[in-house]
Each structure stands twice: as structure tokens, then as C-alpha cells.
Design a protein. Structure first.
Length: 351
């Protein structure tokens, strides 16, 4: 019994020591990254680091002055000055501007897509935010460092599409419906528009798992279906082997950005309901409501027209915070929601 007790104590000590050592190592890395950021930028207020990739998810402060985010060259040059922080490679990593806009408080936001050897890295984009005086105040988003992938496909886009269609099986494909094809051309006033999938070459993580970072060259396509298999089915077919490395229905899910009270601009998961975006994360079953200073729970489900949530900071804090807590318990303890069985998580603000 004493031998068993000694063995148990030794095991517990080993686990605690390993955890402590790992924690110290992580803290040392974070301190080193924070020091690099201080050397690069004028003033750092907050640095949030992705624990898996070891690069920033958000940097906030007075980062640089006189940077016009509408000037693509200036924007890219600012990011190049940050390459040590993000472990960017001049030879392979670059960015394409997706969107630049000014909001109602005169802040400019530039969304840039990461590319690797000219190929888009799916799910990897950085968003830069500047004030009316062209001072960059924040950079947030996901950057994927240290990629090492051959970007020459072995399978054609047509071959990849055939593999995806075979996996999906018999369905009411939207491009095979003459009325649907007519409608999309009329809506966009463009006769070249079609529902038929147009595969795009991307670099993407297997199973959509950014934490494991098993990146592959893949053909990404959206297969739009009516009837029993209704959905916008997103397929990722390995461009080397033909394996389907990820698939999901994106009809209702979306990723938006919101301005929070305490964490700057953050990414949140929302739902498109054909007319607007709802503050509803269907993956985690999280919904955020406003009581509008009433007392009847849960209140009114929050909505937004463009998926940039900048008018209710408290709601963004509640929704983003619930997602982060869910992910912590899911990733660390394998727990699915608070009851372990996927119960809906409701947050209500403005009591």
C-alpha cells in the first residue's frame, strides 16, 4: 500500500511539474513576443497570442502613425514591419485586400487575405483598424505561419468537383434548374452568373481544425442544393490525393466582426437568416439577446445587416465571451456546453 501511495504521489508530482514547466515555457514565449511588439510599435495596450500557433491574434495600442489603410502599398508595408511577430516569410507569404471601409465614427478598417505562394490560405485574414488621423490602433485576426506546402495540384478542378458530387450523391443541384439559373442572372444583372461550382485552389487545414494545423493544398467549392439535401455544401478536396478533407453546410453559418468593450475588435460566429445576420452561433448553440431594459427573458435576438457589429459592445462581449468559455471547456475537458449534452447557451444584455 505504501509503495502504491509513493507511486501515486510520484505520478501526481510528475504531472504537476510537467504542467508547471510547460506554463513557464509558454510565459517565457509570451514575454519574448511582447518585447518584440514593444520594440516594433509605439505603444502596446494589449497583446493576445494564439496558444497553438504562437503568433498574435490581436495587438492593440498606438501601433503606427500616418498609415493610410486605403493605400494598399502602405498597408502591406506596415504588415511587413511586423513579420518577426507573425513569423512571415518574404519569399512565400503575402496578402490580398478583401475589403476597406470607413465606419460611422470615422475609423477605417482593412481586411486582408493571407496568401501562400499566391494561393489563398482559407480562414486566414488580418484586419487592421485606424482612426481619423491615420493612426493604426489594432491588428486582429488569424495568420498561419511556417507553411511548407507544394502548391502544384495533381488533380484538376473538374476531377475534384466529380469527387465531391459523388460524395454528396443524388441531389437537386441548383445549376440544373433552369429557373434558378435564370434568377441568379437576373438578380446580379450578369448573364455569366451561374450556380455551378467553380473550384478554387486554397491552402486549408484538414477537418477545418486550425489548432492541429495539418494544412493541405485543396480544391474548395460550394455546391448549392435544393430539396431534401438543401444547403450550400462547402467541400475541400485534397488537390494531391483526392481525399475529401473537410465538408460542411454553410447555408446558415457566418463569421462576423464585432467591437467589444474590453478586447477591441473580435471575430464572432453568427447566422444568416436570408434577410440579416443573427447573433446566433449554431456550432456551439449560443444565442445572444437584448432585453432592451426590460425584464422578460431571454429578450429579442440581436440582428445586424452587414455582420460588422459595432453598435452594441456589451452584446459583442457577451457573445464572444460565451464562445471562448465554451471552447475552453470543450478543448480542455471535452465538455459539450454546460450540461455536457449541447444545451443552448443564452446570454441576455441590457437588463
Amino acid at each position: 500500500m505504501k509503495a502504491l501511495s509513493r507511486s501515486l504521489y510520484f505520478l501526481l508530482f510528475t504531472i504537476m511539474f510537467a504542467s508547471l514547466t510547460q506554463g513557464i515555457a509558454q510565459t517565457t514565449k509570451n514575454d519574448s513576443l511582447f518585447q518584440k511588439a514593444k520594440n516594433l510599435y509605439q505603444k502596446i495596450e494589449n497583446l493576445d497570442i494564439d496558444i497553438n500557433s504562437g503568433v498574435p491574434r490581436s495587438i492593440r495600442g498606438t501601433l503606427a502613425k500616418n498609415i493610410n489603410l486605403n493605400d494598399v502599398a502602405q498597408t502591406k508595408q506596415f504588415l511587413r514591419t511586423s513579420k518577426a511577430l507573425f513569423r512571415m516569410s518574404d519569399a512565400t507569404d503575402d496578402f490580398q485586400v478583401k475589403k476597406i471601409f470607413k465606419d460611422n465614427i470615422s475609423m477605417t478598417h482593412a481586411k486582408l487575405q493571407q496568401t501562400y505562394k499566391g494561393v489563398n490560405v482559407w480562414g486566414a485574414e488580418l484586419i487592421l483598424h485606424s482612426d481619423a488621423a491615420n493612426t493604426v490602433l489594432e491588428v486582429n485576426g488569424r495568420f498561419t505561419p511556417d507553411l511548407n506546402i507544394d502548391v502544384i495540384p495533381s488533380i484538376t478542378s473538374e476531377g475534384a468537383l466529380s469527387l465531391a458530387l459523388a460524395d454528396l450523391g443524388q441531389a437537386d443541384y441548383r445549376w440544373e434548374n433552369p429557373e434558378q439559373e435564370k434568377t441568379i442572372k437576373e438578380v446580379f444583372k450578369d448573364n455569366s452568373k451561374t450556380w455551378k461550382p467553380s473550384p478554387e485552389l486554397v491552402v486549408a487545414p484538414r477537418n477545418g481544425d486550425f489548432d492541429k494545423a495539418e494544412y493541405r493544398l485543396a480544391w474548395k467549392m460550394k455546391i448549392c442544393v435544393d430539396g431534401a439535401k438543401l444547403g450550400n455544401w462547402e467541400y475541400f478536396v485534397d488537390a494531391k490525393t483526392g481525399e475529401i478533407i473537410n465538408k460542411f453546410n454553410s447555408m446558415s453559418d457566418a463569421t462576423g466582426s464585432g467591437v467589444s468593450n474590453y478586447n477591441g475588435t473580435v471575430s464572432i460566429y453568427t447566422k444568416w437568416n436570408t434577410t440579416n445576420y443573427q447573433m446566433s452561433d449554431t456550432l456551439r448553440t449560443i444565442k445572444t439577446y437584448t432585453l432592451n431594459h426590460g425584464t422578460t427573458l431571454p429578450g429579442t435576438l440581436l440582428t445586424d445587416s452587414d455582420n460588422y457589429w459595432n453598435s452594441d459592445n456589451s452584446a459583442v462581449d457577451a457573445h464572444w465571451g460565451a464562445e471562448r468559455v465554451y471552447d475552453f471547456y470543450k478543448n480542455i475537458f471535452g465538455r459539450n456546453s454546460f450540461d455536457g449534452s449541447g444545451a443552448e447557451i443564452r446570454s441576455s444584455v441590457h437588463y
